[in-house]
Design a protein around this ligand. Sequence first.
Ligand code: C2E
Ligand code: CA
Ligand code: CA
Length: 748
Amino acid sequence: MVKNKLNRADIKFFIIPFLVLVIVFGIITYSNIKMRINEILKVTEESTISIADTYATTLLNSKEASEIVEKLLDEKIVVASKAVLLLDDVGNNLSLTDLAEQLQVDQISLYNAQGEIIYSDTKEYVGWQAYEGHPVYDFIQSKQDTLVENIRQDTVNRKYYKFGYVKRNDNTFVQIGVLADNIHSFTSKFDTQRAIEEIVKKENVEQAYFIDNNFKVVASSMPEYNGSIIEDVRIKSHILKGETAAQRSTINGVKVFHACAPVFYNHEWLGTLSIIWTSDLIDSEIRDIVVNGLLELSLIILVIGAILYFAHRKNQSNIKIAYYDSLTGLPNAEYMAEYLSDAIKKCKQEKVAVLLLNCTNFKITNATYGFKYGDQILKQIADNVKKTIPSNSMLFRFNADRFILIVEDYIKQEDLIDLSQTIIDTLKKTFDGGIKYEYVNAEISIFEVQNDSITVDKILQDSTLALNNLINSSQGNIILFDENMEVDLIRKDKIENTIRNVILGDDKKSFYLEFQPKLDTKTNKINGFEALARMNVDTLGSVSPLEFIEIAEQRMLIYELGKHIIKLACDFINVLKSEGFDLTVAVNLSVIQLLRNEFVDDIDLMIKEFGIEPSMLEFEITESIFLDNFEIINRKLKNVKQMGVSIALDDFGTGFSSFARLRDLEVDTVKIDQYFISKISTLDENDLLTVDIISMSHKLGLIVVAEGVENEEQKKYLEKHKCDVLQGYLISKPLEQKDAIDYLRHSD
Ligand code: C2E
Ligand code: CA
Ligand code: CA
């Protein structure tokens, strides 16, 4: 069992759900961010594709344009050739070189009708003869006047040219050549380049390339890359597969987005468009997404955290209300019950004890100084005890001014007694802010748990029982519970039950009176009886009046029981009368009976009810009852005496007897205690007080009765010293009603 209930629930009930929710929301946020980033990349990819589509159209337009250009070139070649033929004097090679420059062509050659070059702007060609199978030869053989060839390799310098021919009437002809390289660069540069430049103008496009299917950059926004070959393996693989792809990469140390898209036109794969997007905007967009995502996540975590935190706080305060005492802050009885039931289970492995602490004078403190002050004192009691106790113990507020200390794993019983003593001593010290002479009187019962099947309730019951038995303790304010206390309690409960049934009239067998005869020494005749209560309880047998009278007093039953006894005595007086004996019957009274307001009236009622002579009734009271409330009791006795009932002072000589006071007491008779009588046979006659008691009592006009007269020696002595009445086994033991009557008859 944990020592602090408030720490108990944390991990289990709050941290775990918190972590689970954080993880769940973390995953959701993560996949959200990822999805949105992918969307952005997808948009980039799609933009590239759409640009590539547009580019394909543009490119086709440019192809058409280049076809027109090529046609114009063909015409240019034909026009140039005709222009050369129109010149009369092309007589030397040098002028041809000038002409080529003026006409912006790369080759001009003049042939004779047999196909031999007569003049050329390239001197080395002069004298070259067209042979069979050569395109020039084919032209000669053809009946055509003009021809523009497709681009072909020059058979001499191996360069590509577009050649055109125009014949004169004499079958000599002119050949004009334009280098293919120049044509290509002219046409392609003219159109793809423009398209690329258009693309670069678009927002976020950093660079654009058009790559042919041999990985050669055909057009580029960076002219220096034109003609270069792509080496990047990844890009090459995308190009090869003709697939669209967007990826991050670094170009010249700058982070970019690289997107490739194949360019198709009417299923003809023209090449690949590669666009490099600035990553700044995409990055910042992604950053925004990530930041927003994280912000949302933190907000969610914060909200969940706050909800769980307040739930936790609420739970804590609920635990606090349920398990802690609001005044002292100590764990309460509820908590104690749970804690103790756990501790009981361990009692075989380690010693467990329960100390019940009760403040005896606390109620008076409360009543005298008020509850506010009382609360303050209780708080300090809790604090002081808490400071005193060792770490193997736990303190609880049980109720009102009672505390419970559960001690675990101690070594021996003496340690518990020492600890209890320390606590009691601590409370003896005066309190802060308290009244100077104020301190707390505490008593502690110690219960050692031996049996792991005992219940918490039983322990508390037994601890309380032990406290009630404190008067019997040898350790002052500390008492150890033992099994006999319980046996004792069971016995007391049985007796109490019997008393209740007797009072209610439900039990007429268990309770009765015995009557002990009293002998008048002057007449040597029985002059009365003392009524002595008798009780037989099932399973217990006969119980001494000393025991059941005390129980009746403790359990507030003595007044009713006393009335019952007086009624039985009155009944006996009537029986005696009916048998012809006018004898007094003495009834023993307990002080509680006398103190009751209605006592005198009740006696009066009973006398009337039974119709007895009041003088036939006598009450025996002990001296001790005069210790307190002397005035009240004496007044009551006076009232009773005025009714005609006589009073005897019982057990005289044992208490705080004083003859001075005896004079003021409203009594008629003194009964010398058995103790003095028993000394008669053992002590020297001169040492005996009995004589003085008799003579002094006589001087005060009181009748003297000797109790417990057991032998002739005592009898003789008492008679010699003029003791008025003798009572004791020598005369007779207490007798049941029938036997008492019989006794009277026989003693006559
Ligand atoms: P007590 O009033 O002093 O009663 C006298 C006791 O001495 C009686 O004991 C009686 O049986 C006993 N006794 C009589 N003669 C002798 C003798 O020669 N030798 C010895 N050793 N003892 C003798 P019991 O009946 O056990 O009563 C004990 C006490 O119980 C009484 O003492 C009285 O205080 C109380 N008691 C008895 N009946 C009642 C009652 O009805 N009401 C009240 N309040 N107390 C009663
Ligand atoms: Ca008596
Ligand atoms: Ca007595």
